[in-house]
Design a protein around this ligand. Sequence first.
Ligand code: NAP
Length: 292
Amino acid sequence: MDSKTVAFLGLGVMGYPMAGHLAGAGHRVCVYNRTPAKAARWVEQHGGRSAATPAAAAAGAEFVLMCVGNDDDVRAVALGADGALSAMKPGAVLVDHTTASAAVAREVHAAAAAAGVGFLDAPVSGGQAGAENGKLTIMVGGDDAVYARAETTLAHYARAVTLMGGPGSGQLTKMVNQICIAGLLQALSEGVNFATRAGLDADRVLDVISKGAAQSWQMENRGGTMASDKFDFGFAVDWMRKDLAICIAEARSNGALLPMTALVDQFYAALQARGGGRWDTSSLVRLLRDGG
Ligand SMILES: NC(=O)c1ccc[n+]([C@@H]2O[C@H](COP(=O)([O-])OP(=O)(O)OC[C@H]3O[C@@H](n4cnc5c(N)ncnc54)[C@H](OP(=O)(O)O)[C@@H]3O)[C@@H](O)[C@H]2O)c1
């Protein structure tokens, strides 16, 4: 394999294992993390090296991958004084895996283009398990030629990588993903709660209906833990609210109606008010059990 010089910025729940797959594939990886202890732990585990700023990590890299929190974090890490773009060489490629707005994707794409750098917005789906197993779904926005160069690098931690269109298209596709999940999780919560109230064995109900038309990833991977009231894992309510705010803002500008998504967003606000910001998104069922 062609060993490349790459940088990975942001070693969180998702970024840490994603960067690990790049090292495992034989690339020369330099990592940056705002909290340096995590970067030191990563280097101890995977080799490579770490740098103190995004710019220092990105200098000389052919590919710079990043996965941070929200729009402001993307701006800080990509566009800030010590940000990646300040040090990247013309011809290099910056890929952002953060779930962020389409607007920030277009903003960073324009700044990258001005520096002669390619940029792809490339949010992911598949959660912590997908990142650890290298089986993420990656939806990409950007230019064809840049995508063609980056595709094999992204494939190290992906089950599917797809170019959806121009800058921002990856983020727009991830919005569709989150819109579908929000309504689905509320329906699943109502079904699980109904099963319990009806005196049925919820696990047996899920086992049989997951072989029929109601089947979903959420049903197969979250139904059982919803029935047994376990939420201390998975994709946090706080992150989902960040994502739904992005969806709702985008819908205001494109005219799409999101009545169910807006309602479920309010249910997530109620969970946050109860201290459930770090609970898995399937915790919606708790509002039904406790009477709303
Ligand atoms: N977790 C999931 O299941 C999942 C699934 C799909 C998509 N996502 C998306 O992926 C992104 C990352 O999620 P995660 O679960 O990996 O989050 P996380 O564990 O909270 O990690 C966030 C990472 O970003 C860094 N960071 C945040 N703000 C920064 C800033 N201003 N400057 C520099 N570094 C900054 C953090 O550094 P520190 O270590 O210093 O805090 C950390 O490395 C989010 O956009 C999330 O919505 C997550």
